[in-house]
Design a protein around this ligand. Structure first.
Ligand SMILES: Cc1ncc(COP(=O)(O)O)c(C=O)c1O
Length: 364
């Protein structure tokens, strides 16, 4: 009989029935929200903790410290509860009551960092604070999803290989980006094993993963103020898109109403782009995206009409609205390696991150 952590991964991939028309490609959703803690982050969280246990970086009774207000902390909180580790989540004031409730349910401790960084977000100050705690607390471990290459290795070894085995006529795979774990890992595996498949990145306007001007945005889970090191090789990415808050919120609402698939806001961002690609691809081909987390996490926001109206977002859920937007959407860049790189090579050291470097042979 498997234990809880043994059932992470091997998620189903399903075909959507209603959002595309005859003559367009099929949309395929890989259901990462069926993982036990409810998101795509269960895979890298467990991959990194398993590695740390084997390497002696995390010993029995130890403490896991991570900077994350969302799914990665929740995944670590589940793992900590199952394996007997204390978990400290370093979060920012944008932590939603739902995520706070989930972290507390798993028994995780929460530390709020309320000093914004130079981009107006909290990513850098949170990471620096988590690193400081790690230096102060004995027998502690920093998974460091942002700079640890094991994040993308988890998706390289599992998510991408599963998806390629589950599809026969895949023409494109669409991934949103924050730490670059999913896009970096999936791009590497796809270009090694099925180079004809287009790899497509999605960021949100206001985030500068692919360069541009920073400004506040509402989509949770997507975006960063630099190109993450887990996405070091942008030449593996064929094209990138930027979507608006309205796109992402509208699409996750349309998805649950039109298909019955209840997923979060980043899934809406990916779906908007996947639909744009499917409308232009050859009939019978498949365009895949990840259903990254569970819709329940957004009952107070994306699935609450009052919240949407208060933030100036549409409450529309008709498929025609999503299709009209997808039809007009064009890539932000078709040459991201040449046009979009916004890497910050010295940043990990500047923020005091522990460094894990993988040899080429360790990717297999
Ligand atoms: C719901 C959701 N979607 C997408 C992402 C982005 O994935 P990645 O960090 O692998 O780039 C995250 C990351 O936290 C997330 O929580």
């Amino acid at each position: 009989m498997p234990e809880l952590l043994d059932v992470i991964g091997r998620t189903p991939a399903i075909r959507l029935r209603n959002l595309t028309l005859d003559g367009e490609a099929q949309l395929i959703a890989k259901l990462e929200n069926t993982n036990p803690a409810g998101s795509l982050k269960d895979r890298p969280a467990w991959h990194i903790v398993e590695y740390a246990e084997r390497a002696g970086l995390l010993r029995p009774g130890g403490t896991i410290i991570e900077s994350s207000s969302g799914n990665f902390s929740i995944a670590l909180a589940m793992i900590g509860a199952s394996r007997g580790y204390r978990v400290i989540a370093v979060v920012d004031p944008k932590l939603t009551p739902t995520n706070r409730g989930l972290l507390e349910a798993f028994g995780s401790e929460i530390v709020v960092v309320d000093e914004p960084d130079d981009s107006g977000s909290y990513h850098k100050t949170r990471i620096a604070y988590a690193n400081r705690l790690h230096r102060e607390i004995r027998n502690s471990f920093r998974p460091d999803q942002c700079f640890n290459p094991l994040n993308s290795r988890a998706h390289y070894r599992t998510t991408a290989r599963e998806l390629l085995a589950q599809t026969r006529r895949l023409t494109a795979v669409v991934c949103t980006v924050s730490t670059g774990g999913q896009l970096g890992g999936i791009a590497k595996a796809v270009k090694e094993r099925a180079p004809h498949v287009a790899v497509i990145g999605v960021d949100v306007w206001g985030s500068t993963v692919f360069g541009g001007e920073p400004h506040p945005y509402l989509v949770p889970g997507v975006g960063l103020s630099w190109t993450p090191s887990n996405l070091s090789d942008l030449s593996l990415v064929d094209r990138v898109y930027k979507v608006t808050d309205e796109d992402a919120f509208r699409a996750c609402r349309t998805l649950v109403r039109s298909e019955g698939l209840f997923a979060g806001v980043s899934t809406g961002a990916a779906l908007t782009v996947a639909l744009a690609e499917a409308m232009r691809a050859r009939p019978g081909r498949q365009v895949a995206f990840l259903a990254a987390d569970r819709g329940e996490r957004y009952l107070a926001t994306a699935f609450n009409d009052d919240w949407l109206k208060a933030h100036g977002l549409t409450t529309a859920t008709a498929p025609e609205g999503l299709r009209a937007r997808a039809r007009e959407l064009v890539p932000h860049s078709t040459r991201p390696a040449a046009e979009c790189a916004n890497h910050r090579p010295g940043l990990a050291a500047e923020l005091g991150c522990p460094s894990i470097v993988l040899a080429r042979s360790e990717w297999r």
